[in-house]
Ligand binder design. Structure first.
Ligand SMILES: Nc1ncnc2c1ncn2[C@@H]1O[C@H](COP(=O)(O)OP(=O)(O)O)[C@@H](O)[C@H]1O
Ligand SMILES: [Mg+2]
Length: 266
């Protein structure tokens, strides 16, 4: 192997150690700078929590990883976002495939006004997959992964809108899993749910990291400390501190982090 080739192989294997990478990322909405130069590496098969006061850029930053900001008026970014070592803003990136690889779960459960079955099968059907046995099998395995199967297996043709909020959110996670992403972005996925549904989703997230890389924005400090491996504290468009969750919550380096986690502002 030539020296150059060897070096590029080494470089790409270093990059691949991290599932997601941001290099000096800056974001503007028109003239307003929402992200002020953030670099960060996110490890595979871990849960990474984004915390920080409202308006500090958590959602903006999260949405960069599946290019959900692309259609926002006035949005502009600089810097690089890499997934598995590839720059996802390159011209030849297929954004549909990217979003299949990087699924997203939102704050408010947003099932389609369709049956439970159709909700989970939706992403597969738009990919042109039609085989009934395959769809049935994938719907069942996805619903099992979110521990919803036993609750709905006799009602697959009922409207998803008839489910409780917590069930709807688990359904939305099942819909995301059905297309087999490797990364799941979650933006405050339990903030509209009751404590029992929240506990179920937390348990689920903890379990899912065996197969997926999960990034979760949360307002709830206890939630971040319960379910995440690493925590990133954002403030006014900057990444202030990023470390093992235990360290952030027991012995943070920065005063701003300490003030936030002890509830002095936010
Ligand atoms: N579509 C948008 N147009 C203009 N400004 C926006 C838009 N979305 C977010 N912002 C602004 O960018 C900043 C970061 O917002 P956001 O990423 O939603 O923060 P967080 O999720 O931490 O609450 C805020 O000041 C917000 O008002
Ligand atoms: Mg937000």
């Amino acid at each position: 192997m030539s020296k150059d080739k060897k070096e590029s192989v080494i470089e790409s294997s270093i990059k691949r150690k991290y599932k997601l990478q941001a290099n000096d990322v800056k974001v503007w909405y028109d003239d307003f700078m929402a992200i002020k130069g953030i670099s960060m590496d996110i490890k595979p098969n871990k849960v990474t929590a984004f915390i920080g006061p409202s308006g500090c850029g958590k959602s903006t930053f999260l949405r960069l990883f599946n290019r959900m900001n692309d259609y926002v008026d006035g949005f502009k970014m600089e810097g690089e976002i890499n997934i598995d070592g590839s720059n996802i803003n390159d011209k030849d990136i297929n954004v549909e495939l990217l979003r299949k690889q990087v699924g997203m779960v939102f704050q408010k459960p947003n099932p389609f006004p369709k049956s439970i079955f159709e909700n989970v099968a939706y992403g597969l059907k738009i990919q042109g997959l039609k085989d009934k046995a395959f769809l049935e099998e994938r719907v069942e395995s996805s619903l099992k992964q979110v521990a919803l199967w036993d609750e709905v297996k006799d009602d697959l043709n009922k409207s998803a809108l008839a489910l409780s909020g917590g069930q709807q959110q688990r359904l939305c996670i099942a819909r995301t899993l059905a297309v087999e992403p490797s990364i799941i972005l979650m933006d405050e996925p339990t903030s509209a749910l009751d404590p029992i549904s929240t506990a179920k989703i937390e348990e689920l997230i903890y379990k899912l990291k065996d197969k997926y890389t999960i990034v979760i924005v949360t307002h709830n400090m206890q939630q971040a400390s319960r379910i995440s491996d690493n925590t990133a504290f954002f403030y006014l468009g900057e990444l202030i501190e990023y470390d093992k969750t235990n360290k952030i919550f027991t012995n943070p380096e920065k005063e701003q982090t300490e003030n936030y986690i002890t509830g002095r502002f936010g």
